[in-house]
Write a protein that binds this ligand. Structure first.
Ligand SMILES: [Zn+2]
Length: 238
């Protein structure tokens, strides 16, 4: 048993990509508050290895929402199984299928993300960073995104102001959501030279309508396999 753990990664089917034609991906949270502990994550790594799937993991702020030690333990567990890292750009561009891990970080914790570059390199980890609040970044932080990209990590879009998509659409309409929250967050990264392939929903909150609209602008979408607020809400499509 996984004492004290709410979730068993291997039993969260939405967090596994089986190299089908799925466009809306879902990741499972590594942040400490999600109580998805190492034993749970290891069940997911084992499943990925057994089935040739990609287990999709995400977190936010290394050193805060997940400790560096916990993160390194996950990277070591990935290495011990010989799993490959796939960025969302790799998947979008048709990478060679195989058992692997997709590990992403969300929002704008760029200074802390950059702190980890030697750790990622030690384990051969290629990560995806989903950027929100780009217009609030300092020039040094924008330079740090280029540094991450130059090291083989993917820089992708995570909205302008981190709005919850279904609520925003309800209040302002779908066109406004696209025009204010989605498209500018993609365009600003492309203008910086990042080859954006994927949009991650804030909070994983989505609808089939927003999926279809966003997929006019990117190849893939990332949602979450359960929300930070509890396993009772699962935004991942079937
Ligand atoms: Zn976010």
């Amino acid at each position: 048993m996984l004492a004290g753990c709410q979730h068993v990664t291997a039993d969260t089917p939405g967090a596994f990509y089986a190299w089908d034609d799925r466009k809306v991906h879902c990741a499972i949270d590594l942040d400490t508050y999600a109580r998805n502990d190492l034993a749970s994550v290891e069940t997911g790594l084992d499943r990925a290895l057994d089935r040739g799937e990609v287990v999709e993991l995400y977190a936010h702020d290394p050193g805060n929402t997940v400790s560096w030690d916990e993160l390194e333990a996950v990277l070591a567990a990935v290495q011990a199984r010989g799993l490959r890292y796939y960025t969302y750009a790799d998947i979008a561009r048709g990478a060679q299928p195989g058992p692997g891990v997709s590990l992403s970080f969300d929002d704008a914790f760029i200074d802390h993300w950059l702190t980890g570059v030697d750790l990622y390199a030690k384990y051969g980890a290629k990560l995806t960073f989903f950027i929100a609040y780009f217009d609030q970044l300092s020039p040094d932080q924008v330079a740090a995104l280029h540094e991450l990209a130059n090291r083989g990590h993917a820089i992708e879009a995570h909205s302008v102001m981190h709005s919850r998509a279904p609520l925003y659409v309800e209040q302002n309409g779908l066109a406004a959501y696209l025009d204010r929250e989605v498209v500018p967050s993609i365009d600003v990264l492309r203008a910086e030279g990042f080859d954006v392939t994927t949009f991650a929903y804030p909070f994983g909150a989505r609808t089939a309508e927003t999926d279809a609209a966003i997929l006019q602008h990117v190849s893939l979408i990332r949602s979450v396999a359960f929300t930070w607020s509890g396993i009772t809400t699962d935004p991942c499509p079937d």
